[in-house]
Design a protein. Structure first.
Length: 672
């Protein structure tokens, strides 16, 4: 069987902050899969890089009084140290601020431009007149135009959840200078994504390219029609200047995924490999991207289209995963559960987390929960109580009674064969990224080994005269079972596996499809391979995370905004809330946040512009019942007249939920 050639990437961590446990879900998942492929003997290369461009990088560097180059170099060292200490083993780690990335970004752009896939048009943006720079929405704050809450961002209000354009903010100021932004026109460059609609329909529906739930989401976006993608930003901007456009720079999301190619090209220089054999249109190499579900749009639509339009191959598959929650909730700084990788490393063994993530990971995009109680119980029970305990129980007898040498025969060939036969189903689960199921299969084997030892009771046999041969055979069998368990767990806990190989006095273990028992083989003195999780260490991590918050941020007294001042009943009675049925929902060309809704409110229909595009696809809204403020004065907005307001809860962005009435409610009914 010929060995596979595989190139694997993880999403590039942004060079504006530290690695945290949420990030590590992806890198640990990818690293496990890559280590498994290498253990099987496949030629698998894992590359990554720091994502280093954009306004936040430029402004943070300016605030710290250093250059962007100095900032990204410092952050790269921190990222590399965190990955190394969590045993995430990249074959190459690079930076998007590199010559390779510059050359490839320019090459892709010019090929797209020459094929008429690039357009230009003038847009209006908020502009800082002091810093002479265009402002991203998050760099503008002011009073919410809906609820008047102060200090809100330019795209949504964290107090009432409203979304809006920066020009609607009251008393708006630039975060950079503190001055009031002005509106200014600028010519921007756009990638004509719609040119690739047919190609993307084929690619997204091809077998194996996307997970089923991701494929369905892509189908929704394709049916809604693909919009042009803004790929330029104006100076000052930390990034690569567009070749034929002085003062214009590639938007960070344009050159960031090219960083996959750039890191690999850098690797090719070091290893004397043929770059085109991996990235050329005729490449037979398997190419896989592991990403979070929040960046699917870029990787399943923009990225394949860019590659195809520029004459490069497209990915074999994009594997998305869910987010990390801690104790059932989003990671929270105030609760001490927004945990940096380095904070964890200061208190706990990284292999605890690697195993726990593996035990919880599936091949779906479901979120993964880190429950600290379950974390302690699972690691202590599985790794310490089941796997390591086998070696601990058997090695002492082998060392003391048999000069450290295993028996010359296998006491239980059928049991050993069961362990070998398990390699196929376990390998299939690893291959399909069903790590949780793989861990359960491995622990089922560990249970068999422990049950065997429990049934044979070597500690009792050791006390009986004339039973040395039986004792030798039982303990040797236990050691052979332990050896295979470690081989199956090696992609997940590589340090323990390496230490176990040293104890067993064997070469690094390949995948044990054809392994033979260790017979008449000398082992070394057993040293504890893993200790139990101590709860006080978890408490220390939570406390340290809270301390970090107090050092870097002003304390937040409450999780939610305070209740507004009381009003008279007559004031509330003025608001006419009605049940409304969404009979039509449409995309608005040029609008990033708004959908146009046509509502049936009983005796008439209304047109409302709602800032819910980031949370809902237009087609999933049609037919839904919701609640609308029916007597709100119509408001002229940039994209048309809005005749009311629908009600929703949540902080904004993707975390937004329309209010829905109970069954039986009908369009036009008044909410009392």
């Amino acid at each position: 069987m010929s060995k596979r050639k595989i190139l694997v990437t993880s999403a590039l961590p942004y060079a504006n902050g530290p690695i945290h446990l949420g990030h590590l879900v992806e890198y640990i998942q990818t690293d496990i899969w890559v280590r498994f492929q290498k253990q099987r003997g496949n030629n698998c290369i894992y590359v990554c890089a720091d994502d280093t461009h954009g306004t936040p990088i430029m402004l943070r560097a300016d605030n710290e009084g250093i250059s962007p180059d100095q900032l990204i170099a410092q952050v790269e060292q921190e990222h590399r140290a965190d990955f190394n200490d969590f045993d995430v083993l990249f074959d190459n780690y690079h930076s998007t601020h590199s010559e390779e990335n510059k050359d490839l970004s320019e090459l892709i752009y010019t090929r797209l431009r020459d094929a008429d896939h690039i357009s230009k048009r003038t847009i209006t943006q908020a502009f800082d007149p002091v810093k002479n720079m265009f402002l991203p929405d998050r760099f503008i704050t002011g009073d919410c135009p809906k609820c008047a809450a102060k200090g809100q961002y330019g795209d949504n209000c964290e107090a009432c959840g409203a979304t809006y354009s920066p020009t609607e903010l009251k008393n708006a100021v630039s975060v950079v200078s503190g001055e009031k932004p002005i509106e200014k026109d600028s010519e921007h460059y756009f990638f004509n994504l719609a040119d690739f609609t047919d190609m993307l329909k084929d690619w997204t529906t091809a077998a194996g390219h996307l997970q089923p739930e991701v494929k369905n989401k892509m189908a929704e976006w394709l049916e809604n029609g693909l919009q042009q993608w803004d790929i330029s930003r104006d100076a000052p901007y930390f990034g690569f200047e567009i070749p034929d456009a002085p003062g214009k720079y590639f938007y960070v999301w344009m050159d960031a995924p090219v960083g996959y190619m750039a890191s690999f090209k850098n690797f090719c220089k070091k290893q004397n490999l043929d770059f085109d054999a991996f990235w050329g249109q005729d490449s037979d190499v398997e190419l896989y991207h592991f990403i979070g579900k929040d960046i699917i749009y870029f990787h399943a639509l923009f990225w394949p289209a860019m590659l195809s339009g520029a004459g490069f191959r497209t990915p074999s598959a994009v594997f998305a995963h869910g987010f990390l929650t801690v104790n059932g909730e989003k990671m929270s700084k105030s609760r001490g559960t927004f945990i940096k990788a380095r904070t964890y490393l200061e208190h706990l063994n990284p292999e605890y987390l690697r195993y726990y993530f593996a035990a919880k990971l599936t091949n779906s995009i479901d979120d993964l929960d880190l429950n600290f109680d379950d974390f302690s119980q699972r690691v202590n029970s599985d790794l310490v109580g089941k796997v390591v305990n086998i070696a601990s129980r058997c090695s002492g007898f082998i060392k003391k009674r048999f000069a450290g040498k295993l028996s010359a025969s296998c006491a239980e060939p059928e049991l050993f064969q069961q362990f070998i036969d398990a390699n196929k189903p376990i390998a299939e689960l690893y291959e399909n990224r069903e790590f949780g199921k793989a861990m359960r299969e491995i622990m089922a084997l560990a249970d068999k080994a422990n049950q065997y030892i429990e049934d044979k009771k070597p500690w009792l046999i050791a006390k009986e005269e004339g039973k040395d041969a039986e004792l030798h055979a039982i303990c040797s069998m236990g050691i052979n079972c332990f050896r295979l368990l470690v081989a199956y767990l090696k992609p997940v806990i590589p340090v323990l596996a390496k230490n176990a190989e040293s104890f067993l006095n064997i070469e690094p273990q390949v995948w044990p499809a054809d392994a033979q028992p260790l017979l008449d083989h000398a082992i070394n003195k057993f040293k504890p391979l893993m200790t139990r999780v101590e709860t006080d260490k978890i408490d220390a991590i939570v406390k340290a995370s809270k301390d970090n918050l107090q050092k870097t941020e002003a304390p937040k007294a409450k999780l939610f905004d305070p209740i507004a001042n009381t009003i008279e009943f007559d004031d509330f009675a003025k608001i006419d809330l009605r049940i409304a049925k969404i009979i039509k929902a449409e995309q608005i060309e040029g609008a990033e946040k708004l959908l146009q809704l046509t509502l049936d409110i009983g005796d008439e229909t209304r047109n409302i512009l709602a800032g819910i595009k980031s949370a809902y696809a237009a087609e999933e809204l049609e037919g839904k019942l919701t609640v609308v403020v029916a007597n709100l004065k119509p408001r002229k907005m940039r994209f048309g007249l809005s005749e009311g307001m629908i009600l929703a809860a949540g902080p904004g962005g993707k975390d937004l939920w329309l209010l829905s009435p109970d069954q039986g409610a009908q369009a036009g009914m008044r909410v009392k």
